[in-house]
Design a binder for this molecule. Structure first.
Ligand code: GRG
Length: 291
């Protein structure tokens, strides 16, 4: 199947499942509204698509991985809501819409983020309990660590502490391996674990690592040269917040070259996976994306 068509089909599948999962609860209406607002506002759905595609490439079934993959998108959405808060990046546009706190107020936005994070673990643990499969617990453990203080939150802390300072490329790499890379790597690993192909763990892990850094370098480049309309978010945020980025340290051209290098490494990792056609195209799409 044509790559763009397959990507759109996978995005549609994830979107439909996200909506079904979030509707399956009797929580107070306002918190569900706030959670749904950001969760269903669009977004590329890269993390669940990585879990699904790696699981499929390794012979796993889509039904075994879909809910778990959606749980990772719940966590990603929580991180975006909290990242946009006045106490963090203080942003007012995300996924082409006013940010969560602009619409629902700061208190509800914090709770919506917390709600999405907790709900993600409900979903992952439900898979483990209902299907009585230990490998879901292993995958949930990976996600917990990737989203936590050793991963995404830890990276955000380094980011906060680096504001207004000049940091070197090694510190920047360390920060982004955690802040952006950890959840991308975990999304890939979960696909592998749910497919029960543990012998492929190392290759998949390396793929996720390289892809995660390439993804972040492109994100930094788009913050400088991207089109806010296509991105659905404001640009120039890193400069406004006085942050060191790949572009501020290396300049645009060297950043592009570095993104290409990491992306090529990711491609080479992906080639060791059985049916890697979609993953190779996805790697290229993420390198050349405009949103
Ligand atoms: C716990 C208060 C509190 C805050 C946590 C962890 C955190 C806030 C923020 C870090 C997460 C973050 C925003 C990382 C940046 C990663 C990144 C490049 C996000 C954009 O991802 P895309 O391009 O977005 O996949 P879409 O909208 O397509 O899903």
């Amino acid at each position: 199947m044509d790559f763009q068509k397959e990507l759109r089909l996978k995005q549609k599948l994830v979107n439909q499942r996200l909506e079904k999962i979030i509707d399956e609860n009797d929580a107070p209406v306002r918190i569900v509204e706030a959670m749904k607002y950001s969760l269903l506002a669009g977004g590329k759905r890269i993390r669940p698509i990585l879990s699904i595609s790696i699981c499929q490439a390794l012979g796993g079934k889509i039904d075994d991985v879909l809910d778990f993959a959606c749980a990772i998108e719940f966590i990603h959405t929580y991180s975006l809501i909290h990242d946009d808060l006045p106490a963090m990046d203080n942003d007012d546009l995300r996924r082409g819409k006013p940010t969560n706190h602009v619409v629902f107020g700061e208190a509800m936005a914090i709770l919506a983020g917390d709600g999405l994070l907790n709900y993600a673990f409900e979903i992952m643990l439900k898979e483990a309990v209902d299907k009585n499969k230990f490998f879901y617990l292993k995958a949930a453990d990976i996600v917990a660590k990737a989203a936590g203080i050793k991963g995404m939150i830890g990276g955000q802390v380094i980011d906060l502490e680096s504001e207004g300072k000049k940091i070197d490329i090694d510190t920047l790499n360390k920060m982004h391996r955690k802040k952006t890379g950890a959840l991308i790597e975990a999304s890939c690993l979960c696909g592998c674990i749910i497919a029960q192909k543990e012998d492929m763990t190392e290759a998949v892990k390396e793929y996720g690592k390289n892809l995660g850094i390439a993804f972040q370098i492109v994100d930094d480049i788009l913050d400088y040269v991207g089109d806010p309309k296509k991105l659905g978010k404001n640009t120039g945020i890193d400069i406004k917040n006085n942050k060191s980025t790949y572009v501020s340290i290396l300049g645009i051209e060297k950043s592009k070259k570095l993104a290409e290098e990491y992306s090529l490494n990711a491609r080479n990792n992906a080639k060791t996976i059985d049916k890697s056609g979609f993953l190779l195209n996805l790697t290229d799409y993420l390198l050349n994306r405009e949103s």
